[in-house]
Ligand binder design. Structure first.
Ligand SMILES: Cc1cc2nc3c(=O)[nH]c(=O)nc-3n(C[C@H](O)[C@H](O)[C@H](O)COP(=O)(O)OP(=O)(O)OC[C@H]3O[C@@H](n4cnc5c(N)ncnc54)[C@H](O)[C@@H]3O)c2cc1C
Length: 261
């Protein structure tokens, strides 16, 4: 079974440092790590390979430093790692990201199964997996919490739903996204770590992927982030006076003013 796992490198924990001049605590820089859901995706791919044989390819679109996460994927057991990287990809929204990943999958030779995480830790849209499947013309099952059976050309699995589980069968080739309940990711072995140190990470740029510059990066992104805000955590308390109706009106107005409504 040929399995491709989509791996996104995301910021890890903040480094807490002390400013030597002011003595104040500062949060500067971030470590990077494999997106947590993608760790589950990789673990599931490795388990399928152990059971059914085959090959696991880890694929990431990102800057040069995303190679670190791919090296980690090799340490955990991936057979190969491919980084799709080009300055032209910068500013890609989920659509352009999925487009680049689809070109990578085509160049790789279409896998039997593509596994993504349900969502990323930072962007959190959960859009890349389904968009990628659509672009490749593959069926897609989201929020998979258990793979029950892999048969000849099909796969049966459970997907998490609000009210319980759905058991669904999907034709292969296909694509899925997984939730963290599907497994507990393994730790890298010493042998894996040694292998990862020496492993060559394949890098494909836009030209090698045959990417049309108009379809990647900010140029190829139909979505534009207009504003990013951080939650205000300052605690404020105010007792409202008057009738219940006037208090409700006042609350609505305050929420409007603070842009919550
Ligand atoms: C206008 C705009 C500009 C942006 N500019 C930048 C930028 O310059 N640099 C930047 O880093 N981000 C940028 N982003 C964010 C970037 O588009 C998203 O991080 C990316 O498209 C993935 O979306 P997501 O994080 O919501 O992933 P989700 O859709 O939540 O991820 C679901 C799953 O898809 C897979 N996946 C997602 N992204 C990747 C990836 N890159 N490689 C492999 N697998 C992946 C993983 O398996 C993941 O678990 C921008 C976003 C917008 C809207």
């Amino acid at each position: 079974m040929k399995i491709a796992v989509c791996i996104k490198q995301v910021p890890g924990k903040f480094k807490i440092e002390i400013d030597p001049q002011s003595g104040a605590l500062t949060k500067s820089g971030t470590d990077s790590m494999i997106n947590p859901f993608d760790q589950n995706a990789l673990e599931e791919a490795l388990r399928l390979k152990e059971k059914h044989g085959g090959k696991v390819s880890a694929v990431s679109m990102g800057p040069a430093q995303a190679a670190e996460s791919l090296r980690e994927a090799i340490a955990l057991g991936a057979d190969e790692a491919i980084l799709l990287s080009d300055p032209a990809f910068e500013g890609s929204d989920t659509w352009a990201t999925a487009h680049v990943l689809s070109l990578g999958m085509k160049k790789l030779g279409p896998p039997d199964l593509i596994i993504c995480g349900r969502q990323s830790l930072d962007g959190e849209t959960g859009q890349v997996g389904p968009e990628l499947a659509e672009m490749l013309g593959l069926p897609f099952v989201s929020s998979v919490s258990r793979i029950e059976e892999v048969g000849e050309g099909s796969m049966r699995m459970q997907r998490m739903a609000e009210e319980g589980h759905h058991v669904v069968e999907m034709q292969l080739p296909g694509a899925i996204s997984v939730v963290k309940e599907i497994n507990v990711p393994r730790l890298p072995s010493l042998r894996g770590l040694m292998q990862a140190k020496k492993a060559a990470i394949t890098v494909w740029n836009g030209q090698e992927l045959g990417a049309d510059p108009a379809r990647v990066g900010s140029q190829g992104s139909p979505l534009r982030t207009v504003r990013v805000t951080q939650p205000q955590r300052s605690a404020q308390r105010e007792m409202l006076q008057g009738s219940p109706e006037s208090q409700v009106d006042e609350v609505v107005e305050k929420l409007r003013q603070s842009r919550i409504l």
